[in-house]
Design a protein around this ligand. Structure first.
Ligand SMILES: O=C(O)CCC(=O)C(=O)O
Ligand SMILES: [Fe+2]
Length: 330
């Protein structure tokens, strides 16, 4: 039988922020994943989003293709994307719809990549409502993460991260039946998320797995169970770099189970102008910054004079695409 992982449960309304921060630290150092409960996004809204997501993915392909992804918003068809770019397998067996926020303003903006109101009534308002509420939960969580890093509670707020942050909501649909293929097919192939934090909600169908030791061979994959009403939160690459690899951005994937599956991933990133540098509480003489900036010709990265910290001005275009250009030293 496959191993499954017991993730810690973090209560966002805990009356004891210090011990909660300690539990978050432990979770982020050990595995980079935890459950988040009492996050303020109610069950009714969650069910509505799930229902509306099913409605969208049930539309004829030609209607969905009218909203095909532009500027990181909109629809991506089945097999069109492969999260593990090193793998030789075919594209991932999932379709998705991206809903973004607008730079410089805390509002949802999908650059007119919305299904028509007469086709899917109140679709847009449901998604906007969900987007705002998950963003709010994520921002509250960031204060606890600051405490977990031995920083002031408002550290990330003062650093400008929470002032008009970027929030990308990605609706995902994994079909139960797969195209016949000789190759292994993944729902979502192995990857780590690029940004600061991800808040994931699923319909309860399994398939999500994590690999804690990405360099070990064979890789060991452990199932992540659904916890009703909880978000599954994970650390992304940017936060891993910010914390000098203290917090882990863990490899994960979705395996097909033969059952249809829906999920909603919310990728939370700092304001695009926020400077991301190795946190002082995460480096010392004996533990210097482990990530070097992108090559000098890449205008988006820069050395700081003392050569100690890693600087990165996040692209306004798309935070994620940029962070992958960092060079890992580990
Ligand atoms: O659908 C899921 O459970 C995970 C999706 C995911 O990891 C992603 O989109 O980055
Ligand atoms: Fe992911």
């Amino acid at each position: 039988m496959r191993e499954s992982i017991q993730l810690p449960i973090i209560d966002l309304t805990s009356p004891d922020p210090i011990s909660t921060a300690g539990a978050i630290r432990q979770a982020c150092v050990d595995v980079g994943f935890f459950y988040l409960i009492n996050h303020g996004v109610d069950e009714k809204l969650f069910k509505e989003v799930l229902e509306q997501s099913k409605n969208f993915f049930s539309l004829p392909l030609e209607d969905k293709m009218k909203l095909v992804r532009r500027n990181h918003r909109g629809y991506t068809p089945l097999y069109a994307e492969k999260l593990d770019t090193s793998s030789t397998t075919q594209g991932d067996s999932k379709e998705s719809f991206y809903i973004g926020s607008l730079e410089g303003k805390s509002v949802v903006s999908n650059l007119n990549q919305w299904p028509a109101e007469e086709v899917l009534p109140s679709w847009r308002s449901t998604m906007e409502d969900y987007h705002r509420r998950v963003l709010d939960a994520g921002i509250r969580l960031i204060s606890l993460i600051a405490l977990a890093l031995d920083l002031d509670e408002d550290f990330f707020h003062k650093a400008g991260a929470c002032d008009s942050p970027s929030g990308f909501l990605r609706l995902l649909h994994y079909p139960g039946e797969l195209q016949l293929s000789e190759q292994v097919v993944y729902g979502a192939s192995a990857h780590s998320d690029y940004g600061m934090l991800t808040l994931l909600a699923t319909d309860g169908v399994g398939g999500l797995q994590v690999c804690r030791k990405k360099f070990n061979r064979p890789q060991i994959w452990e199932d992540v169970h659904h916890l009703s009403g909880a978000f599954i939160v994970n650390i992304g690459d940017m936060m891993e770099r910010w914390t000098n690899c203290l917090f882990r951005s863990t490899l994960h994937r979705v395996m097909p189970t033969g059952q249809e599956r829906y999920s909603m991933a919310f990728f939370l990133d700092p304001n695009p102008d926020c400077m991301v540098e190795c946190l002082k509480s995460c480096c010392s003489d004996s533990s210097p910054p482990r990530i070097i900036p992108p090559p000098p010709q890449n205008q988006e990265g820069e050395w700081r004079g003392d050569g100690l910290y890693i600087l990165k001005k996040i692209s306004k275009e798309f935070v994620g695409a940029q962070t992958h250009r960092w060079i890992d030293l580990f």
